[in-house]
Design a protein around this ligand. Structure first.
Ligand SMILES: Cc1cc2nc3c(=O)[nH]c(=O)nc-3n(C[C@H](O)[C@H](O)[C@H](O)COP(=O)(O)O)c2cc1C
Length: 292
């Protein structure tokens, strides 16, 4: 984390294929420039001969390495707990590299990440989301309507930075290995990048909130996406005061988490199995004999 004032994100407009200028503007101490430098090492821009090689990835200074399962269970969807302080570009770069390391159908890596810090864009998105909140709220009645009225659904203005994650179905097409029968596999891949990003955010001690109360054409137009590129998520990121142990929707009585038992099946859909039967020491499955 840094106490320096936030800076505008530097923008590079390339006439041909995306290339990083050899001497690109890099004001010293600029969070955004550091972020771009870090991120570019792993992008197509690394084709620049002067680009540095891969760097060792370390955790944020002062944080102890968390175990994977701790991070998984600590992760929360955050709305009200963002501190709004400016963020360290190096941390954001680590988080984005984790997202970009996600698996993808046919190695298509069909995602893009649009960083949004601009106040006008965030305000306009926030207003749009309020409208969609009202649309959903109008569909509810009685106790459900009352409960929803008390639930926050976003931290767009309070979070430090926003990331719009998009899906490009043309990436790697037409012969995307593994997508011929399931068109949604590209979208699944993008969601895996978001999950990686969410876990990385948590490992860094930040929080993230996923906002989906929007219409795709509005967000596409707001951040200038090409017609064929779908916005998949508006993510609010940044340092937080706390991460609750319990999801907000559960805390507000909207819905409770189901136990693993409720979704674990044995061999066929109609056979639910208790997770307790998978005790330590039980051995399951294994390879089959070769088919003759
Ligand atoms: C695809 C997707 C869209 C979501 N959209 C919203 C949203 O618009 N607003 C919101 O408050 N939470 C949103 N969430 C967060 C969920 O409400 C949250 O993940 C769920 O309540 C469980 O809480 P937890 O993430 O803290 O475990 C979204 C989550 C996902 C995966």
């Amino acid at each position: 984390m840094t106490s320096s004032a936030p800076v505008a994100l530097p923008v590079f407009r390339a006439s041909g294929p995306a290339r990083l200028p050899r001497q690109w503007p890099r004001p010293s101490g600029s969070v955004a420039a550091d972020l771009v430098r870090e991120t570019c090492r792993y992008s197509a821009w690394t084709m620049e001969p002067s680009a540095p090689g891969p760097v060792a990835i370390s955790t944020a200074a002062g944080t102890s390495p968390s175990s994977f399962y701790e991070v998984v269970h600590r992760r929360r969807d955050v709305r009200a707990e963002f501190t709004g302080e400016p963020v360290d570009g190096g941390v954001l770069a680590r988080i984005l590299r984790a997202a970009h390391a996600a698996p993808s159908v046919g190695l298509s890596q069909p995602w893009d990440f649009v960083l949004v810090t601009d106040a006008e864009l965030r305000n306009r998105f926030w207003e749009h989301v309020q409208g969609e909140r009202a649309v959903f709220g109008d569909q509810l009645h009685g106790e459900r309507a009352e409960r929803f009225a008390g639930i926050r659904i976003e931290g767009i203005l309070q979070s430090s930075v926003s990331v719009v994650v998009t899906y490009d179905p043309a990436r790697g097409a037409p012969d995307v290995l593994g997508r011929h029968a399931i068109a949604d596999a590209g979208l699944y891949s993008t969601c895996l990048a978001i999950e990686n990003l969410w876990l990385a955010v948590t490992a860094e001690g930040w929080g993230m909130g996923w906002v989906s109360f929007y219409r795709e054409p509005f967000l596409r137009q707001l951040v200038g996406l090409p017609e064929a590129v779908r916005p998949v998520a508006w993510l609010c990121l940044g340092p937080v005061s706390t991460l609750h142990d319990t999801p907000d929707l559960e805390r507000h009585g909207w819905r409770r988490r189901a136990p693993l038992d409720a979704v674990l099946h044995a061999e066929r859909w109609h056979e639910l199995m208790g997770a307790d039967t998978l005790v330590d020491g039980v051995s399951l499955g294994g390879g089959l004999p070769p088919r003759s």
